[in-house]
Design a protein around this ligand. Structure first.
Ligand SMILES: C[S@@+](CC[C@H](N)C(=O)[O-])C[C@H]1O[C@@H](n2cnc3c(N)ncnc32)[C@H](O)[C@@H]1O
Ligand SMILES: [Zn+2]
Length: 241
């Protein structure tokens, strides 16, 4: 059975106040999707919705270099981390920064259209081009949310973790893996201990740590070169109530 596409909400008019969260949902309209609340329009590129406050950078990044990067992930499906992910990530899970997806049948959110074309070809349940720091979904919409090998690329890994937490429903799970291959300037923005503690959420009782492993992640950077990262891999469960 195909995975149902999740409801998309408008990042431009979403707001929270004393009356709760106010969201506009996206329906087909114009050339792509239109917000039923504010009328904002979002494009479809090869059938993939691009849903961000500013879609221009996501559209501009749809380049041959992006496609070459996507090919690396598409040919790197074999390895201990990949096997483990296929076991703990079910159909219908949301993958944030999902690349080409860790298995068929998930909802893949990524900023890269080339990644998403390959994810769709590999059997993703739904693909959305968006910023994972501002994801266009309702809170609690997913049973499992995945952050695989993306937190260490981000300026604000804590915000990304908080978004993943918000998107998981009560009793839902977070699957988080990290090679700590930080890019960019400056010192690392978090440690393995920060991550294993769910950035404080385990100590606060909001998450329970269910599994923790150290797993190798081979990445076939070229046809002749494989880089093996050592990753930490965690499963957390969100407290009910
Ligand atoms: C190292 S790859 C990992 C891909 C996949 N999760 C895996 O483990 O094979 C990181 C992915 O995160 C995506 N990404 C990075 N920052 C992002 C952001 N702010 N919003 C959405 N996707 C992002 C990249 O485009 C890339 O596909
Ligand atoms: Zn709107």
């Amino acid at each position: 059975m195909p995975t149902p596409s999740p409801m998309l909400v408008c990042p431009r008019c979403r707001r929270a106040d004393a009356g709760g969260l106010h969201v506009g949902t996206l329906d087909p309209g114009g050339e792509g999707l239109r917000c039923q609340a504010c009328g904002a329009e979002y494009p479809l590129v090869d059938g993939i919705p691009v849903v961000a406050r500013d879609c221009a950078p996501l559209l501009a990044a749809d380049t041959p270099a992006g496609a070459a990067l996507a090919d690396i992930y598409a040919r790197s499906t074999a390895g201990p981390l990949q096997d483990w992910l296929r076991g703990v990530v079910p159909v219908g899970a949301l993958e944030l920064g999902g690349g080409v997806g860790v298995r068929p049948g998930t909802v893949v959110l990524d900023q890269g259209l080339p990644m998403l074309r390959l994810a769709r070809g590999a059997g993703a349940g739904a693909c959305v081009c968006a910023d994972l720091l501002d994801p266009p979904f309702l809170p609690g919409a997913f049973d499992v949310v995945v952050l695989a090998n993306v937190l260490d690329l981000l300026i604000d890994p804590l915000l990304a973790f908080q978004q993943a937490f918000a998107l998981a429903g009560p009793g839902g799970r977070l699957v988080v893996t990290c090679p700590y291959a930080f890019t960019g300037d400056g010192p690392p923005r978090f440690t393995p201990a920060d991550l294993g503690g769910g950035f404080g959420a385990v100590q606060a009782g909001a998450l329970t740590l269910v599994e923790a492993h150290e797993l190798e992640w081979p990445l076939r950077t070229t046809a002749r070169l494989t880089q093996v990262h050592r990753t930490d891999a965690f499963v957390f469960e969100k407290r009910v109530g």
